[in-house]
Design a protein around this ligand. Structure first.
Ligand code: SF4
Length: 317
């Protein structure tokens, strides 16, 4: 697979990716480096014959033109994944629209603790006993994308040692996460039908649909678009379903819990041969939602896939 790295600084994580590729640790190739300024990372790229593109915001007369330039420069490399390696700028949503769940970042804390800048120092000053490194997908919310990998460490006795140990961990687990994603990719995606713009029992489409559709369109494995409520034979247009004492009550009276559970299990049985599944689910639905473990019926059906399923909600995209 083709990796495009974004960096702004020393480039130590970029170098770790280049080493992982050149040594055969993973089979992906670092095809380019994109920087927002002239920086040591660019020198490392040049020394390794890796093409470099520098996109400096101040060189563009307005933000829109800058974003266009950034997105088209990234697309020019045809990357399968974009790897942020100390890139000190916000990723524009236009880039995430083009590459949903394809942009990765490494962050020096155990997210969701200490998001944002100076995480190592803030964890140290807060006196926490354990901190660590997180690799996550990037979305529009700073350091809140779905977590791919984490490794913790016990706080050492000095800030210098902490920084040193943290860097060692990130240079190991970031390439390891890339290896896992690229060499053991998801072989099936299950996605809420209404999120794909279909008129199921919800109105079709919302602001996350474009990203869900883009992800599915470029997905190489099995695609299962599902609507547990349609599968359960519930009527359309949609009478409201409320969760009351763990039961799904439709239209204020009908208990449809059993129907939904069976529908979800029927749907998920189609994926029983899949090794590694990603589920992109409508978040605030009693049937497809995943955030509240109580009364969320698709979640029950997903339970048996617990170890090989990666669940993201629409807002994670
Ligand atoms: Fe959408 Fe899922 Fe509800 Fe069907 S069951 S309308 S796919 S949220």
């Amino acid at each position: 697979m083709r990796l495009l790295v974004f960096a702004s600084g020393k480039g130590s994580n970029f170098e770790a990716m280049v080493k992982a590729s050149r040594s055969g640790y993973f089979h992906s190739k670092v095809v380019g480096l994109l920087c927002d300024k002239d920086c040591p990372a660019a020198e490392i790229a040049k020394a390794n014959d890796i093409p470099v593109t520098v996109i400096k915001p101040k060189d563009y007369k307005d933000k829109e033109i800058y974003i266009d330039a950034l997105v088209s420069a990234a697309k020019g490399y045809s990357p399968d994944y974009i790897i942020l390696a100390g890139y000190m700028r916000i990723i524009p949503s236009e880039l995430l629209d083009a590459y949903p769940l394809k942009v990765l970042n490494v962050h020096p804390s155990l997210l969701p603790a200490f998001p944002g800048k100076d995480s190592i120092l803030r964890a140290w000053e807060a006196g926490v006993k354990t901190t660590g490194i997180t690799v996550h997908f990037v979305n529009d919310r700073l350091d809140q994308g779905p977590i791919i990998a984490q490794e913790s460490l016990i706080m050492p006795d000095s800030l210098e040692k902490l920084e040193e140990e943290m860097h060692k961990i990130e240079h190991r687990i970031y390439p390891a996460a890339v290896k896992e994603l690229t060499e053991h990719p998801f072989d099936a995606v299950v996605v809420s039908k209404c999120l794909m713009g279909a008129n199921s029992r919800y109105d079709g489409g919302n602001k996350y649909s474009k990203r869900a559709e883009t992800f599915v369109k470029t997905f190489k494995g099995k695609v299962l678009e599902m609507c547990p409520e349609i599968e359960a034979g519930l009527s359309t247009p949609r009478p409201k379903i409320n969760i009351i004492n763990g039961k799904a009550i439709m239209d204020g009276k009908e208990d449809v819990t059993e129907k939904l559970n069976k529908a979800c299990h029927r749907i998920m049985s189609e994926l029983s041969g899949s090794k590694k599944i990603i589920a992109i689910l409508k978040e605030k639905s009693p049937s497809c939602g995943v955030l509240n473990p109580k009364g969320l019926f698709a979640t029950c059906a997903l339970e048996k896939f617990r170890n090989n399923i990666f669940i993201v909600s629409e807002e994670d995209l």
